[in-house]
Write a protein that binds this ligand. Sequence first.
Ligand code: ADP
Ligand code: MG
Length: 297
Amino acid sequence: MTDHDTAAGAAPKPYLQLQGVRKSFGVGGASTLALAHVDLSVREGEFLAIVGPSGCGKSTLLQIAAGLMPPSAGHVRFDGRAVTAPPEGIVYLFQQYGKSLFPWRTVLQNVSFATENRPGMTRDQRHAHSMKHVAMVGLEGFANHYPWQLSGGMQQRVTIARALAAEPRVLLMDEPFSSVDALTRLELHAMVLDLWEKHRFTAVLVTHDVDEAVFLADRIAVLSGRPSTVVGVLDTELPRPRDSITTKELPRFLELRHELLSRLLGRPTGAIPGSVSGEIPGAVPGAIPGTLPAAAP
Ligand SMILES: Nc1ncnc2c1ncn2[C@@H]1O[C@H](COP(=O)(O)OP(=O)(O)O)[C@@H](O)[C@H]1O
Ligand SMILES: [Mg+2]
């Protein structure tokens, strides 16, 4: 296991940091402990993936990081300041694009929502800024379409354009590719990587898809089953730019995939350099490769 703060060389400055975060829902006998104790540091400009079984607390963790939900215990800090409400500079991309777009607004109007409250921006500037972001996700021909006139993948592009139009310093993504078909997902992966390489915001992606995490991320934090803790952080050490076909054929890609799936499916094998350590308590053997099993109820 590599601890991201004590890896070889100078310790990188934590940018977005969760310390001893605990979260329970409800009270008394009916309460659910989602997060037991989470310590996690996100570095400025990196692409961090967080993987864990379904129901382990990934969305909860991301919402706490975004200041959308208070932790029951522990702290979140962003760029040296305590997070107690959604801080400026952090944008959250929800899993369900269908619910996050305004159906009565066109693509362009949805994207321009990101800058509606920005002081000092004229109408023309906002229009140009929004169009630029619509074009960035390849939807220039659809600026005047409504969300219901678009495919699922195109709608998700609109949410990505709107998120980037806010010019986030940190983009938090909660399984943003899970509701689109497999080929569209590959296209969206390539698009997000391209945008991230050009704009270098800090990216945090929550996913239950091991291949997606390995393909996109610099580092992968692995969560245990509920109640969650971070059981390890892997450095992917895969070269960039990455390619949907050839990167996935590299020995290192297969090694990481093997290691993560073995851990998450509860079939530990010999550890590899830079690998995670520890068991995943919520893992269920025999689940479909490439996805993670649901946590025990
Ligand atoms: N608002 C809530 N009220 C009560 N329980 C919740 C709430 N949100 C999440 N949970 C519970 O917390 C656990 C983790 O949920 P979640 O963070 O959505 O997991 P994941 O995103 O990993 O699938 C689940 O058992 C879920 O039922
Ligand atoms: Mg979730």
